[in-house]
Design a protein around this ligand. Structure first.
Ligand code: ATP
Ligand code: MN
Length: 479
């Protein structure tokens, strides 16, 4: 007999028929006449109720049907008499596939803290919250591919091991097979990476962009979606050492087209999740509302999670230049009352508090900040005619801060080489990258969306460690 998933059972497609259900017990309750077993198989946030009459099932036969156990149930799918569910299974047989000792199974019926669940990340998938988070994550990932596929973008796999440390996006993890205790040395006592696996020093990539640009010079429109690694020691709620990034790169795009695409893309994937994960998002919204109750009034959310997402999907993002953003900050009461910890003046890298002020207090919607000072941005960003700013764009989201970083790329060879020199990158080190400017170069642009930050935004989860299955952060690589 074929197993039916809980999601399909609850839609009632097989009412009146004999069905086979497999899943994990969430709860069991009952009395001397009947037991009610709530079963979940991860296909939906909802459980299906299994009804086991005492006439057919002795207490003894159900003793191993405890929270966390895996079971197989056959029975008839019937309209439910009880409240809370439309359909339930009247069981004819229940088989325990895998026991879960109630004495030692860490997930009890009570609510557990997110911190505790992080310590048992191998089991946290089985909770309502993480079930919802990772179903939403799955939908967003699927929507990413669907969006770009519909637009004719080519999905490109860029390397994870890289020999270029020129991307400048952050500290890198070294990849080596050399003996750490006794590495081969050069004459002047340095580690001799010529004897390493690749014959040179290599690292885990911080971005697929440079390789993405190479592909865009042939396919016009490409995107990457893969893991990236940053050995930055930032213990924040928005940074991971291993995270996933989506990096589209488009030939013949300028900054405006780049921003338009990013906005359309973000709205598309949120809309997809709203349409396909309604119940999960509603559940996560209730969770947030509960959490909010313990906060002081002025820190509470103005909108529910659903309202926030619908607002973002239905309204234009704000667009502002860096220079105007600085003016807004300088003219704010917040600044005048000296409430910013970090100083505000033209040329600074916007701090998280500045970004949050712009997004949450001033504009109250996602903001695309463009045209940053060249000295705080990467060498490959296109120099504007003013000679001071570059065609960069960051997208800032309420509650998260920076969610996208992108730019129009510098396609002019001489200026690009000049800027590389300025940051100490040898032309030879990136000869292959420069070849795209030598041979058939063209105006082009792209951006990087941090996938986990996007998942945070859609799920409302405050800590980035709770939206990736097994987070990698400083001092933490369990599981
Ligand atoms: P931030 O200033 O927040 O550290 P960044 O300027 O280093 O970000 P980029 O190099 O532009 O970020 O990377 C592109 C996107 O990748 C960012 O907009 C963000 O969404 C995401 N991102 C960057 N670093 C991390 C990280 N350590 N963990 C998770 N996501 C990240
Ligand atoms: Mn960073």
């Amino acid at each position: 007999m074929q197993r039916t998933k809980v999601k399909d059972l609850l839609q009632g497609a097989e009412v009146g028929k004999e069905v086979l259900l497999k899943g994990w017990v969430r709860t069991k309750r009952g009395n001397k006449y009947v037991s009610f077993i709530a079963v979940n198989d991860g296909s939906t946030i909802n459980n299906v109720q299994v009804v086991a009459d005492a006439e057919k099932f002795s207490e003894e036969s159900l003793k191993d049907v405890t929270t966390g156990a895996a079971i197989a149930v056959t029975g008839e799918l019937v309209a439910s008499q009880g409240k809370g569910q439309v359909y339930e299974i009247q069981a004819t047989s229940i088989e325990v596939l895998g026991k879960a000792d109630p004495e030692t199974y860490p997930l009890q019926k009570k609510a557990h803290s997110l911190e505790f669940l992080r310590e048992i990340a191998h089991l946290r998938f089985r909770t309502n919250t993480f079930g919802a988070v990772f179903r939403v994550r799955n939908s967003l990932a699927f929507a990413v591919h669907r969006f770009f596929n519909e637009k004719g973008f080519v999905y490109m796999h860029t390397p994870i091991i890289t020999a270029s440390d020129a991307e400048g996006a952050g500290e890198m993890f070294r990849v080596t097979t050399l003996d750490p205790i006794n590495p081969p040395l050069t004459e002047n006592g340095q580690v001799n990476y010529e004897e390493d696996f690749f014959g040179r020093a290599t690292n885990l990539t911080v971005s697929g962009q440079l390789e993405g640009e190479l592909a865009a010079m042939a396919f016009s429109d490409i995107y990457t979606f893969g893991p990236t690694f940053r050995a930055e020691n930032s213990n924040t709620t928005r940074h991971l050492a291993e995270f996933w990034m989506i990096e589209p790169e488009m030939a013949f795009y300028d900054l405006k087209m780049n921003a338009d695409l990013a906005e359309e893309f973000i709205k598309y994937i949120i809309r997809y999740a709203l349409e396909n994960n309604r119940e999960d998002i509603e559940f996560l919204g209730q969770r947030l509302a509960e959490e909010d109750k313990s906060k002081p009034q002025n820190e509470r959310q103005e909108m529910t999670l659903l309202e926030k997402l619908e607002f973002v999907v239905n309204n234009d993002f704000e667009r502002v230049t860096y220079t105007d953003a600085i003016d807004i900050l300088l003219n704010s009461n917040h600044y005048k009352k000296k409430k910013f910890q970090y100083d505000v003046k033209w040329g600074i890298d916007l701090q998280s508090e500045h970004e949050r002020y712009l997004v949450e207090k001033h504009f109250k919607k996602p903001v695309i900040v463009t045209d940053y000072p060249k000295d705080i941005k990467a060498f490959y960003m296109r120099l504007n005619d003013d000679g001071k700013t570059v065609a960069a764009m960051d997208i800032l989201a309420p509650g998260i801060g920076e969610i996208v970083g992108g730019s129009q790329r510098e396609e002019r060879m001489d200026i690009l080489v000049e800027r590389m020199k300025g940051v100490g990158i040898e032309e030879e080190a990136l000869w292959w990258y420069l070849d795209t400017r030598r041979f058939g170069g063209c105006p082009h642009a792209g951006f990087g969306l941090g996938f986990e930050r996007m998942v945070q935004f859609v799920t409302g989860m405050g800590n980035i460690r709770d939206v990736i299955p097994f987070p990698r952060t400083p001092q933490n690589a369990e599981f």
